[in-house]
Design a protein. Structure first.
Length: 297
């Protein structure tokens, strides 16, 4: 009997605390529910606008609010796991990485090459060609109405790249190289893809791979080049402001909302373009591995 009383006196207060926590969480949930745009909660079924997917306002920051935010975040991550971009398209890209590039997800066979130390000229050529490709992507997005959702995502890179190219030419006294073969070929390819507006899924594959490659492995490359060639200076190319995770997830959500209107055949077309995106994107990287530019020096 005493034992039962002791257990009860121990358990009931805890139950009471739990009850208060859950009730408050539920109230908080109701309160926050109205503040989250519906496409953020419902797998992005509505086309979101870049500014509509805002963070939950920071009016109340009680433990319950934070708990519920964590819960929403987990829910959001779970939703993204079942999305086209986070599963099919991303998996297609990750499979084409070598273990060396992406140790957790890479599946491609590593081709061993002679070690090569890139020069500032190689890096400059890489930046010049990358800018040329970004320009082609940005012109396509700004000129085709089917791509209007992707205007002004905040990920655009041709302006910061121009600043970096000017900086390097001035700081290191190197003349600006003309766009190399890799950049010209990829830019022409992009123009061809969007020319008649019927290959939007293929274009989206190139768009996703080029922008998000530079946000993943590209930033790793940027850090290496910075310490090797630029006295640890961070180029404008790699600066996105404080809300990069948000910019990334918003842009992915925009692509997701476009893909949600595609047929199965269009989705396949998008996924199948991944190899070509790697062919061209990898071609630009080869400037840093003793490829094109070094041969032409
Ligand atoms: C030296 C070359 C490369 C390295 C070291 C590299 C490394 C990586 C790593 C580590 C990730 C995983 C990031 C993460 O989710 O945690 C990644 C993701 C990715 N990479 Fe690469 N990568 C390289 C080249 C490329 C190329 C050539 C392409 C295509 C043009 C590409 C496209 C992608 C894409 C689309 C993702 C997924 C990004 C996302 O969905 O957020 N990568 N890369």
């Amino acid at each position: 009997m005493i034992n039962t009383m002791l257990i009860a006196s121990d358990v009931y207060p805890r139950l009471a605390i739990l009850l208060v926590v859950f009730t408050s969480c539920a109230m908080e949930a109701e309160c926050l529910r109205v503040q989250i745009p519906s496409h953020c909660k419902q797998g992005f079924s509505m086309p979101p606008t870049p500014t509509s997917c805002v963070a939950i306002p920071r009016r109340r920051t009680s433990i319950f609010t934070r708990l519920y935010r964590s819960f929403l975040y987990v829910q959001h991550v779970e939703e993204m796991k079942s999305s086209f971009i986070e599963t099919d398209l991303r998996n297609a890209a990750m499979r084409l990485h070598t273990k060396e590039q992406a140790p957790r997800e890479g599946k491609a066979v590593t081709v061993t090459t002679e070690p090569y130390v890139p020069t500032i000229q190689d890096y400059l050529q890489f930046l010049v060609d990358s800018k040329h490709v970004y320009e082609a992507l940005e012109v396509a997005v700004n000129s085709r109405s089917e791509l209007a959702l992707l205007r002004c995502t905040g990920l655009e890179r041709s302006v910061p790249l121009e600043q970096d190219i000017l900086f390097i030419t001035q700081e290191y006294g190197i003349s600006r190289p003309s766009v190399g073969d890799m950049g010209k070929q990829y830019s022409s390819k992009i123009q061809l893809i969007v020319a008649d507006g019927s290959n939007i899924p293929e274009f989206i594959c190139h768009y996703y791979n080029f922008y998000f490659a530079h946000l993943a492995g590209g930033r790793m490359i940027g850090k290496k080049m910075s310490s090797l060639l630029l006295n640890n200076k961070t180029l404008e190319f790699y600066k996105y402001g404080d809300d990069l995770p948000q910019l990334k997830s918003r842009t992915k959500a925009l692509i997701e909302s476009m893909a949600s209107a595609w047929t199965e055949e269009e989705r396949q077309k998008c996924i199948e373009a991944t190899e070509e995106a790697f062919y061209y994107g990898g071609g630009l990287n080869s400037y840093l591995m003793g490829g094109e530019v070094s041969k032409s020096h």
